[in-house]
Design a protein around this ligand. Sequence first.
Ligand code: EPU
Length: 338
Amino acid sequence: MLEIKHNYSLKLHNTFGIDVKTDLFADVSKPEQIVEIVSSDIFKEKSHLILGGGSNILFTKDFNGIILHSSVSSVELLGEDEISVLIKAGSGENWDEFVGYCLNNNWGGLENLTKIPGNVGAAPVQNIGAYGAEVKNLIETVEGVNLSDGKKYIFSVNECEFGYRTSIFKQKLKNDFFITYVTFRLSKPPHKLIFDYGSVELELKKYQDINIKTLGEVINKIRYEKLPDVNITGNAGSFFKNPIVTNKTADILKKEYVDIPVYPIDKNTAKLSAAWLIDKCGCKGIKKGNVGTHEKQPLVLINLGNATGKEVIELAHYIKKRVSDKFKITLEPEVNIV
Ligand code: EPU
């Protein structure tokens, strides 16, 4: 039976730890329940919001509508061949526990994405990425229900329109497709490891045996040292995206700031480091009332106590203005603002 909660606090459902309420909250554990909701009168009358682990969202006010939350859980081995396995996971599974389960089974590919907060269903939405890996390279299909007609659909990886921290689920189908399952193609040994990321390469030198487990451990350690733990300090990871600029803009900046990190993308564009830009504006480790930026990674905005979403937004605007005034670069949020 689908239970709908009324006037429900979202404090434990967003990693920023913002205390707002929603009119209605539906915890969906089976795909059929979402089909049932879509055909209900409540759904037709109210606005809705799909919520996963709440690790990439900032609530700025109470939500006047129905929140659809996934607790679809299961991890299933669908098939295998000599070199790979096909694993189907429920969208409500905790991402890091799922990564740990795969590492324990010696299935490779997800080790660089260890310790990312959130649930499995959110991974394809923003094509999570870290330390040279992106989840799009491991996804086979994304399954779910279209909320506009209540029909089930399975997206092949090519149909997902993945890009840097984006996908069809964050663009055309934003808030319209409820993901129920994600299927991953993971490797069997020998695994191909990605460790050409500066800090990872350096740390890995301390290990004799380099395998997916040790690589996962190294990344766990780097994240632990650099990023605040959401269980202790409310945050939603990187608040802004790394800006993509033309090579011409990058060249002009390089002349003035010789140490500016520039990551080439193609013959016309390059990616800058939002963390570096914010840092250079003196906004690292700053505190304003109940909010601030993390002292080791200024791209991460933090809740220092009982912050409201409005306070976080004000800090974000302040940082955005400082970066724009100094570098003429516009930072765009990576986090969904509601
Ligand atoms: N930097 C500074 N000052 C700092 C921190 C970083 O100048 O205090 C500069 C350095 O030049 C550093 C560069 O920023 O080399 C990059 O820093 P980092 O390796 O931390 O990566 P990032 O580009 O800031 C991205 C992701 C993170 C992911 C890391 C590691 C985005 C928006 N963020 O951050 O993802 O963990 O790479 O791969 O792409 C997230 O999306 O929530 C997230 C945490």
